[in-house]
Ligand binder design. Structure first.
Ligand code: CA
Length: 227
């Protein structure tokens, strides 16, 4: 999961990005509302941690703008204790949750797990399901109801398949997959995508699912049930 942290306070922003990264997420920071909105518009983030008091555009303006443009990834607002009114305004504009500063990292992790579970309909047993396929988002275990076999995925394989399972039937380009799984600044080549797709295909085959990763020539890949 790819998380954007929009926070102007440099120390806090860097601490959040580092803690999220240590926790196994991909995370990047933005120092003001405009920069944050520009990054949100790339569409590569799954969740946004958004401070309210920000230079250039405040958090509530960013939230209104992104929702108006149909960027519907979950947003967790960060508020100061004195900003109760903003908190209410934020929930009205489509925030999914909020945290009052100062907060413990564990509290943020718990909120992130909760909102992402709600949005992606991850079941109580931690499984993300598409068709006969189940992917456990905690243990990275892949299984299918077809044969009852399961296999563990590596971290990149997991992120790749999770991205495809969040967008079933949609064609995802190599560029989108590269940015999502390896990040903007990575040295990863597009053919990394092809290599990891082949790893994941082998595991899909092993568990005996009817869900297949189809190649769409010249564009990318999509996950769909075998015709
Ligand atoms: Ca601030």
């Amino acid at each position: 999961m790819n998380i954007l942290v929009v926070e102007d306070e440099k120390g806090l922003r860097e601490a959040l990005v580092k803690s999220l990264t240590d926790e196994g997420y991909m995370a990047e920071g933005a120092a003001d509302g405009q920069d944050g909105l520009d990054l949100i518009r790339t569409g590569v983030y799954d969740l946004v941690v958004l401070d309210i008091m920000l230079p250039k555009k405040n958090g509530l303006e960013v939230l209104s703008a992104m929702r108006a443009e149909s960027f519907d990834m979950p947003v967790i607002l960060l508020t100061a204790r004195s900003q109760l009114q903003d908190k209410i305004g934020g929930m009205d504009r489509g925030a999914d949750d909020y945290l009052t500063k100062p907060f413990e990292m564990e509290e943020l992790f718990a909120r992130i797990r909760m909102v992402s579970r709600r949005v992606h309909k991850v079941a109580v047993d931690h499984n993300l399901r598409v068709g006969d396929l189940a992917l456990n988002v905690q243990s990275y275990e892949l299984s299918s109801t077809q044969k009852g076999r399961s296999v563990k995925l590596g971290a990149k394989e997991f992120q790749l398949l999770e991205y495809l399972m969040h967008n079933p039937g949609m064609v995802l380009s190599r560029e989108q997959i590269t940015e999502k799984v390896w990040g903007f600044d990575s040295e990863a080549e597009y053919n990394n995508v092809d290599v990891y797709i082949s790893f994941v295909r082998k595991k899909l085959q092993f568990v005996g699912t009817k869900m297949k990763i189809q190649s769409v020539r010249g564009v990318g890949y999509k996950l769909q049930e075998e015709q």
